[in-house]
Design a binder for this molecule. Structure first.
Ligand code: CMP
Length: 144
């Protein structure tokens, strides 16, 4: 039980064969993976998903990178999921990321930063529904 957050293992981490390492860190930290798929973003998908960043100086780099290769999208469940997951991944800038965080280990730059995390419960729900139907998200109450 608990609440939900949404995450993306970004193209650099997929290309570097770190899907398994990142999922292991997520599970060891007490999150349950309740939805998962490998996919990719078209340019129009990326512009929709990141619409809040449209007009920012980094937007072009962001969508070019996020459409550069496959990604893994997941919904995670845990008590205090959004806040705890942001702690686990570390700062957007990997140079600032704390020791032992996913970005400290697997990010190369602010753009190629290995992983995404939702910043609120409301955004987590919207982001999860961007990639998954209700049926693709496992109800741990009935299915686990
Ligand atoms: P994420 O939080 O997953 O989603 C928004 C992304 O925008 C963020 O990861 C970074 O990859 C990117 N981003 C945010 N701020 C900057 C920045 N100052 N320079 C480059 N990229 C950024």
């Amino acid at each position: 039980a608990g609440n939900r957050t949404f995450t993306i293992i970004k193209p650099n981490a997929v290309a570097n064969n770190n899907i398994g390492n990142i999922c292991a860190m997520i599970e060891k930290a007490g999150f349950r993976i309740i939805a998962m798929k490998m996919t990719y973003l078209s340019r129009s998908d990326a512009e929709k998903f990141y619409y809040v960043h449209k007009g920012r100086f980094f937007f072009r780099n962001l969508y070019l990178f996020m459409t550069s290769g496959p990604i893994v999208v997941m919904v995670l469940e845990k008590e205090n999921a959004v806040e705890d997951f942001r702690k686990l991944i570390g700062s957007t800038n990997p140079e600032m990321a704390a020791e032992g965080t996913i970005r400290k280990l697997y990010a190369q730059s602010k753009t190629r930063n290995a992983i995404h995390a939702s910043d609120s419960d409301e955004n987590a729900a919207w982001e999860a529904s961007f990639f998954f139907s209700d049926k693709e998200i496992i109800d741990t109450e009935y299915c686990l």
